[in-house]
Ligand binder design. Sequence first.
Ligand code: Q9C
Ligand code: ZN
Length: 318
Amino acid sequence: MRVIHAPDHKKHRPPWEYINNEKFPHAEVPERIEEIVKELKANGLAELFVAPTKYPLKHILAVHHKNYVSFIKEKAGLNKTEKDAYYPSFYMMDTYTPIMKATYDAAVEAVNVVLTGADLLKKERVVYALSRPPGHHAENNVLGGYCYFNNAAVAAEYLSQKGKKVAILDIDFHHGNGTQRIFFDRSDVMYVSLHADPAVRFPYVSGFAHETGIEKGRGYNYNFPLPVSTTNMQYEKTLHKALAVIKEYKPDYFIVSCGFDTYEKDPIAAMKLTIPFYETIAQHIMSLQLPTLVVQEGGYYVPDLGKIAYSFTKGLLK
Ligand code: Q9C
Ligand code: ZN
């Protein structure tokens, strides 16, 4: 196992999110990742850490429209200090996802983190990519939900070359509308997601069970919306169903969009999963015995993020 981590994300610090005109301190802070790093290292896993290598922009452009990519770069460049925040008027789905001076570089680096992880799957059975900012809400030309470039989607596109099949399991609290949309018409990348019912939770507009794919992608998209206050036991039952679907697909690679906002104390979510249960989730994931790339998505209760990630990691290492 390897853990990929890089420092550039720290300068990307969105100050506020606006929810119905009201201003809230932003949940997606740099300390999220640093807490995970601290705890994994404190538990003797420091030697697993590697820095990312740099990849050409073409891998991002394979998933995102070129005008969208240059929009983020250009607007980031307009900010004078690291505290300036640009709330875009185009290419956006919400008022939660400002472009900061460091956003473009951080988002590019997050992609480098996951691509480095993808390449390491040649010799590792599992890699944990500590990507930040997160990615699964970002569509081809839409940012939102704290996401700019869709890290998991770029990795999936990269790994799906040469006729390989990739399955993405999304266990973030929120539906990954971006990832779903990017692969909705494709059969070589399957998207399977467990998330809070979108009728009542972000992103509201997608994640319903009837969304099963279009054209060639029909039958390769699976949504498992869950009650907002889902417990370990309910979650595990649905996880079994999701993993059975993936097993039957027989993918060459397995990507896990891994959010820890399903945790019982998460400040922006409401599920009831407990710290030891993340080890169980990871064990179920590893039971598929596939080359597995874990991509960090959400998770906002900073004081316990390290413990959650360590619990999850123990399951990956079993
Ligand atoms: N009151 C990720 O976990 N905020 N993004 C909703 C509703 C948006 C979460 C606020 C949540 C986005 C990657
Ligand atoms: Zn989330």
